[in-house]
Design a protein around this ligand. Structure first.
Ligand code: DQA
Length: 146
């Protein structure tokens, strides 16, 4: 099983940015946790982070027929990127949306996700464990394509 993990803008600033919300864990440490878990589960993964919407779309498109699942934290793009929504729909790869913070307990503009409707579901508010939960889901449930 091959899973692509995509992180959007400012996720590379973890450990520096708004620590009260996102905690002290750095982006490299987050990736270490994800890689460790995927080894344990015997899942092959690639982790990708980019601050540019088009680069994220290019990465999603390149996953077509290459990956069995996607775990994505589109970060701020969650709230307005119809282009990322369309990219997820285009490749029809089972996708899980993850947010470190609970977007539903924050500012009103964060409550809405335009990308989640193309996903199996959304995990929000569990910090780095959200990514590990998503990996567990793929391992446990397999990747059921439509
Ligand atoms: C985030 C939540 C978004 O609202 C925000 O723009 C982010 C991170 C999260 O992981 O909690 O950059 O996706």
């Amino acid at each position: 099983m091959k899973i692509l993990v995509i992180n959007g803008p400012n996720i590379n600033m973890l450990g520096i940015r708004e620590k009260k919300i996102y905690g002290n864990l750095s982006y490299p440490k987050l990736i270490e946790m994800i890689e460790e878990k995927s080894k344990e589960l015997k899942i092959q993964i690639e982790c990708f982070q980019n601050n540019i919407e088009g680069e994220i779309i290019n990465k999603i498109q390149s996953a077509y027929a290459e990956y069995d699942g996607i775990i994505i934290n589109p970060a701020a793009y969650t709230h307005y990127s119809i282009a990322i929504l369309d990219a997820i729909k285009s490749v029809s790869i089972p996708t899980i949306e993850v947010h470190l913070s609970n977007i539903h307990s924050r500012e009103e503009f964060r409550h809405r996700s335009v990308t989640a409707s193309a996903c199996i579901g959304q995990i929000s508010g569990f910090g780095p464990y959200g990514y590990l939960m998503a990996l567990d889901y793929f391992k446990e449930m397999g990747v059921i394509n439509e």
